[in-house]
Design a protein around this ligand. Structure first.
Ligand SMILES: Nc1ncnc2c1ncn2[C@@H]1O[C@H](COP(=O)(O)OP(=O)(O)OP(=O)(O)O)[C@@H](O)[C@H]1O
Ligand SMILES: [Mg+2]
Length: 338
């Protein structure tokens, strides 16, 4: 990344976590939105906070970013306590909220310059950084159009660009890609990977299991305000049951023979006749390699043979009994869900 500012240069390079939450609780009247949530994010890593609508993701982010006061518990960002030193917290972080916060009547460039000058950057720096960011988010050509003429995806990118102008060492992104089309989503992932490579610490909330899987070093799964699971994407997948060997036979008439052959090496073979597919639980790659060798020596022709690991969606289902994305109603128009 080309951006360097004071905020980045003075960053504490010690090994203290960049983001820490300890026993955070938030009640709204009788309702407990966040119920004893703790986590810690090492510098330069990505924590994915994964949960369905109403899980408490935004409320947690609002507490972490000093926008709302916790009912109890503590939070620190870049070593600064959110309750006792909210100013220092805000100086160390950028936030892209769930709904767009850009000023619709200003152009993309003006939005960037406004926020840059609010951060006290020099005019020359603001101009250079705005141009850099417009370029990086593929907004150069639309930089002088008013934001109300932007598409949902362009607004989302501008939002993120604005939150990066002061090059904060810690970035909070609340559902950054909800409502984006698949291509824009992949583009945004690339930008985020670049930031992390350059040392930014990221906390991102998402309802997309794939997004957490793609970007996060560690994931906390949150449901009804509580952390119900935590680990690397791989650990979470391992938690939710077994991998499976999936094998597709080329010729339907060989399906029975293939089933018999597979069943002589592994147990619990499941047959899907229309798909010409056999599935069986496997311990891992070793099992699959063994099966591959057996079929290689036979006359049976295969279209495909692979090891299917459980998806994060399977993980969520096994942890909560419901799918993570069941209530989501995405709109591409505004870039917001619901
Ligand atoms: N200001 C508020 N007053 C009352 N209840 C609130 C308030 N803010 C959030 N809640 C409630 O707290 C719970 C958690 O909401 P939150 O917005 O944190 O969820 P979320 O995980 O961000 O959901 P989504 O994926 O829909 O954005 C919900 O039941 C919500 O209705
Ligand atoms: Mg939310």
């Amino acid at each position: 990344m080309t951006i360097t500012t004071d905020a980045r240069n003075v960053r504490d390079r010690s090994t203290a976590p960049a983001i820490e939450a300890e026993h955070l609780v938030k009640r709204f009247g009788e309702m407990t939105a966040v119920d004893d949530v703790s986590f810690s994010v090492p510098q330069g890593t990505v924590l994915g906070m994964l949960g369905p609508n109403g899980a408490g993701k935004t409320t947690t982010v609002r507490m972490m970013t000093s926008l709302t006061v916790p009912t109890s518990g503590t939070a620190r960002v870049a070593g600064h306590d959110v309750a006792s030193d909210p100013e220092a917290v805000r100086r160390s972080m950028g936030l892209t909220g769930q709904s767009a916060t850009v000023d619709e009547m200003l152009t993309g460039r003006e939005n960037l310059r406004l926020i840059g000058s609010l951060y006290g950057l020099s005019r020359a720096d603001v101009r250079r950084l705005s141009d850099d960011l417009l370029e990086r988010f593929s907004l150069s050509e639309s930089g002088d159009k008013v934001a109300k003429e932007y598409s949902g995806g362009m607004r989302r990118r501008l939002d993120l660009a604005v939150s990066l102008i002061a090059a904060p060492p810690v970035l909070f992104l609340d559902e950054p890609t909800t409502g984006l089309d698949p291509r824009s989503r992949v583009e945004l992932w690339d930008v985020l990977r670049g930031l992390v490579r350059d040392g930014t610490t990221l906390l991102l909330t998402t309802q997309y299991l794939e997004e957490a899987d793609q970007l996060a070093d560690r994931i906390v799964v949150i449901d009804h305000g509580r952390v119900i699971a935590e680990g690397t994407p791989l650990e979470l997948k391992d938690q939710s049951g077994q991998a499976a060997i999936v094998l597709t036979v080329s010729h339907a008439e060989q399906l029975d023979e293939a089933r018999a052959l597979l069943a002589s090496h592994v147990t619990d073979v499941h047959v899907d006749v229309p798909a010409r597919q056999l599935t069986a639980p496997a311990d891992g790659l070793a099992d699959m390699t063994r099966v591959a060798a057996v079929f290689d020596r036979s006359e049976i022709v295969l279209d495909d043979l692979g090891l299917k690991r459980p998806s994060l969606d399977d993980v969520f289902l096994s942890l909560t009994g419901h799918r993570a994305e069941q209530e989501t109603n995405h709109t591409t128009e505004t870039g917001e869900s619901r």
